[in-house]
Design a protein around this ligand. Structure first.
Ligand code: 5CA
Ligand code: ZN
Length: 408
């Protein structure tokens, strides 16, 4: 699929610091330490009711992560999927009497527009589940060859018992995994399953639902195998970063890792599992199923500058869950105005220490709130005491653009 166009990223003087991030599987902050080219797979949207602020907050995390890696001299190969056929999408299309393909196309287009406006770096490979059916079928065949699959009434399941390290991504107690699977499209109670946690690989076609021919009959792919197949195809057996919101740790990333492990024999599938905390609204996780959504498109249409939207999101640490309120937008717009005022002056205090500080804060597990505070301090000084450095306002514009994606 077509992604969206890439924003310019200025090159900054010197080199950024090596990034340390929290790895969910290891439960600690540690160096990411990729090679010359870092590989990153971030789970994409299921295209309906996108793009809300929660989605944007999550994709912004991997955008800043990439900016930090690039500043430290790495290339990044970034892959993202679109779950353009799955139960919730089909249910929504059904509810609204709309063709599921049209719904997916329209919402994917809206997402592209929002990502572009927010100046989010696009993936090199943007891959829909539908266009990846061949890859998914090939991965399921590999799993079949390893004896890791079984059939219930024509539906194909993956046996988690075949993956020796199943459970190591999320480290949840068994009962918790059952509960999480139930809430995220799993079917732990289905009779005939060898283990309640076994995920679906291929669902035999149901009346009125789409299906594709395959060696296991006509049907459609399960969710976890979709991401595993796309990541393995475009990034290889081991990737540096698997990204997505914390709601994807289990079962999605656990099962994806298990599929990859059984198919390739390699472990870990991802060297770092980097998860973004959930954004809430009106007391609950912002979610399509609850409908408590704030859309990026609505914020844009209301006249909010996309750079202010970025600042509103970057004011929160990605690992801390938080709740959106309208005051966030006003505070971010004020901050943007203050920064713009400061860089509009012909000179200011030196920005060398600011660049070092922003690099240092971002390299420490993407501490964006502290990076913003450092820019605040420089801007306050520029406006109150001023400074003689004529290159400083320009350098601040560039560093804020390159590392935070904010255009002043
Ligand atoms: N298509 C799958 C991934 S393969 C999916 O989860 N799609 S989604 O549209 O439901 O979510 C897209 C991304 O946004 C996921 O990484 C998810 O974790 C994240 N996300 C969803 N809701 C929120 C929220 N309230 N706050 C932060 N991130 C969220
Ligand atoms: Zn995914």
């Amino acid at each position: 699929m077509r992604a969206w166009s890439a924003p310019e990223v200025p090159r900054l003087p010197g080199t950024g610091l090596p990034l340390r991030v929290y790895d969910t599987a290891g439960s600690e902050v540690r160096p990411l330490a990729p090679g010359a080219t870092a590989t990153m797979y971030v789970c994409g949207i299921t295209p309906y009711d996108a793009t809300h602020l929660g989605h944007a907050a999550t994709y912004l995390v991997y955008d800043v992560l990439q900016r930090v890696l690039r500043d430290a001299g790495h290339e990044v190969t970034y892959v993202q999927n679109v779950t353009d056929v799955d139960d919730p999408l089909l249910e929504r299309a059904n509810r609204d009497g709309e063709d599921w393909r049209e719904l997916a196309q329209r919402e994917t287009e809206r997402f592209r527009g929002d990502m572009e406006a927010l100046r989010i770096l696009p993936p090199a490979h943007y891959v829909g589940a539908v266009e990846a059916i061949g890859l998914i079928v090939a991965l399921i065949e590999r799993l079949q060859d390893k004896g890791a699959t079984y059939d219930i009434d024509g539906d194909l399941y993956f046996s988690v018992a075949s993956a020796p390290r199943f459970g190591e991504v999320g480290s949840f107690p068994y009962e918790k995994m059952v509960e999480l699977a139930k809430g995220m499209g799993g079917d732990p109670d289905r009779p005939g399953k060898k283990d309640p946690l076994d995920p679906l690989l291929w669902l035999a076609q149901r009346p009125g639902e789409p299906g594709w021919d395959s060696p296991f009959g006509r049907g459609r792919p399960g969710w976890h195998v979709e991401c595993a197949a796309i990541a393995l195809e475009h990034l290889g057996d081991t990737i540096d970063v698997q990204g997505g919101g914390t709601d994807l740790v289990f079962p999605h990333h656990e099962c994806g890792a298990a599929h990859a492990e059984v198919a390739t024999g390699a472990w870990p599938f991802a060297r770092s599992y980097v998860h973004a905390a959930m954004v809430a609204y009106r007391g609950e996780k912002m979610s399509k199923s609850l409908g408590n959504l704030v859309f990026i498109s609505a914020l844009r249409e209301a006249g909010n500058d996309p750079s202010a939207i970025r600042l509103a999101l970057l004011a929160h640490r990605y690992r801390d869950a938080w709740e959106w309120s309208d005051a966030e937008m006003a505070a971010a717009s004020e901050r943007l105005a203050r920064w713009r005022d400061a860089v509009s002056r012909p000179s200011g205090p030196s920005a060398d220490a600011l660049l070092a500080r922003v690099r240092e804060r971002l390299a420490d597990d993407l501490d964006t709130p502290s990076a913003l505070l450092a820019v605040d301090r420089w801007a306050r000084e520029a406006v109150t005491t001023g400074g003689r450095d004529e290159s400083a306002p320009g350098l601040v514009c560039e560093l804020v653009d390159a590392l935070l994606g904010v255009r002043l």
